[in-house]
Design a binder for this molecule. Structure first.
Ligand SMILES: NC(=O)c1ccc[n+]([C@@H]2O[C@H](COP(=O)([O-])OP(=O)(O)OC[C@H]3O[C@@H](n4cnc5c(N)ncnc54)[C@H](O)[C@@H]3O)[C@@H](O)[C@H]2O)c1
Length: 440
């Protein structure tokens, strides 16, 4: 495939966030704190990770942000939508992720970010509601209103480019059906207020129609169906999803590839969580939980390949539980019990107790996705961006391809894509060239 020509990264990049809750405000606050020299962007590959180029002996290890032309943090401006009318400062206080000592110095900056009226329908997110909503006679009009917001934001904030990252609540479980098959069917369904069209799909549609890359940080169906996948390609716009890979699933996709690499078996993997933030409350609704459960269950199956290794993983019992427990706020606790077995079938156990801060893990993902989606757009890479699977619990893939869940393969894929984009040799880690020169 031909290497892309990458347009320059200068100018303002607007980051539009449907859903201005814990993740979105932690992300915005972190970027501003970094810009003011008050914090470091820990967890962000674009800001901190180096990339090796050439041979190990070449000693070329630039930072990713110095290797590929990414927008700088000082070029970013933020906007978003939320049915709850709180500005980003109030919303961050309510989320309870960041402490006052971090929020107070940037209070004016956050206070100036007001959510635009949202396209919101409590049928799709049962546990919350708010007054900051758009009204229209059908879903197509709502999507057009979002398009007008996007254009207005671009104009008023002087943005050269935009990206949109869904940070809204998890919507109820929906399967792709006939209304998601073609653009024509999708647009007709919007006009007819068909229940199969959820609000997040209207944001995705509006973004694509306005030439704005779209990534979905939640597990619900949003841009991962044929009508919008085709629209993305037709409009030359990147899309990606879904469900930010944080917390328990991050740990799962670190541990499972290791066990599989050593050919150790698994009888069972039980995962349970307690969390008390607004996300936890939404997930307390069985229909939203089902969406999350599907996303969390998929990763292990794909990593372990039980069809290829039935004697190791064929009988594995996998269970995931999420329990809403308000006292914990955003500081979730996730327990994992792994019943593994080794040589001659002897059983062993691994217990993991992860005292994690979900939004602290999610915020750098939002930043990297925004910068990489913008890079993809400037490189003419449209449609599904599989190389960004690293960031997602349920990576979106082209038809007929199974998703890659192994964090380490995802990481290599991401870096090799950057090398390929910049015309550098791909790194295979073969390494034989360092030793046996006569054979080569
Ligand atoms: N925190 C994590 O680590 C993490 C990891 C993976 C996925 N996610 C997903 O990211 C999303 C955000 O998580 P959070 O912790 O910030 O949740 P949150 O509840 O704090 O924030 C979500 C916000 O979205 C708003 N919202 C809901 N529907 C909307 C709509 N149609 N338009 C605009 N706004 C809407 C809500 O009012 C709320 O303010 C959730 O779907 C969550 O499942 C989070």
């Amino acid at each position: 495939m031909k290497r892309p020509e990458i347009k320059g990264s200068e100018g303002r990049l607007g980051i539009l966030l449907p859903g201005m809750g814990a993740v979105a405000t932690t992300f915005i606050a972190g970027v501003e704190a970094v810009r003011q020299g008050l914090a470091r962007p820990i967890g962000s590959l674009t800001q901190m990770n180096m990339i090796r180029l050439g041979k190990r002996t070449d000693d070329r290890n630039p930072r990713i942000k110095d290797f590929v032309p990414l927008a700088g943090l000082d070029q970013l401006v933020f906007g978003g939508w939320d049915p709850i009318p709180d500005d980003a400062f109030k919303s961050a206080l309510n989320a309870g992720v960041l402490e006052r000592s971090h929020l107070d110095p940037i209070a004016d900056f956050l206070g100036a970010i007001q959510p635009m009226p949202a396209v919101f329908d409590p049928k799709y997110v049962k546990k919350l509601d708010g007054p900051n909503k758009k009204m229209a006679s059908n879903k197509r009009e709502l999507a057009e209103a979002l398009r007008a917001d996007i254009r207005r934001f671009r104009e008023e904030r002087g943005c050269d480019r935009l990206v949109m990252i869904w940070c809204g609540s998890t919507e109820i479980f929906l399967r792709p059906g006939p209304t998601h098959e073609t653009l024509e069917a999708f647009e007709k369904a919007m006009e007819e207020n068909d229940p199969s069209i959820a609000p997040s799909m209207l944001y995705a549609y509006a973004a694509l129609m306005e030439g704005v890359p779209y990534a979905n940080g939640a597990p619900n169906l949003s841009a991962d169906f044929p009508a919008l996948e085709a629209l993305a390609v037709e409009r030359g716009v990147p899309i990606g999803g879904k469900d930010f890979k944080t917390g328990q699933t991050l740990i799962k996709t670190i541990l499972a590839p290791g066990l599989k690499a050593r050919m150790l078996g698994l009888h069972g993997w039980f995962s349970t969580n307690i969390l008390g933030n607004r996300d936890g409350e939404v997930l307390d609704d069985p229909e939203s939980f089902k969406t999350k459960e599907e996303s969390k269950l998929g990763a292990l199956e794909h990593i372990l390949q039980s069809d290829l290794y039935p004697e190791l993983y064929g009988e594995m019992y996998h269970k995931v539980r999420i329990n809403y427990y308000p006292p914990r706020g955003d500081n979730k606790e996730g327990w994992d019990n792994l019943d593994i077995f080794g040589w001659m079938g002897y059983p062993m156990q691994i217990k993991v107790d992860f005292l994690c801060r979900d939004s602290i893990l999610a915020a750098p993902i939002v930043l990297d996705l925004a910068l990489f989606m913008d890079l993809a757009m400037r490189s003419g890479m449209s449609g599904i961006q599989e190389w960004l699977s690293f960031y997602f619990k349920s990576p979106q893939t082209g038809e007929g391809l199974y998703p890659e869940h192994d964090l380490f393969i995802q990481h290599r894929k991401l870096k090799n894509t950057l090398r390929w984009m910049m015309g550098e040799d791909l790194i295979t880690h073969l390494g034989i060239e360092y030793y046996d020169r006569e054979v080569l």
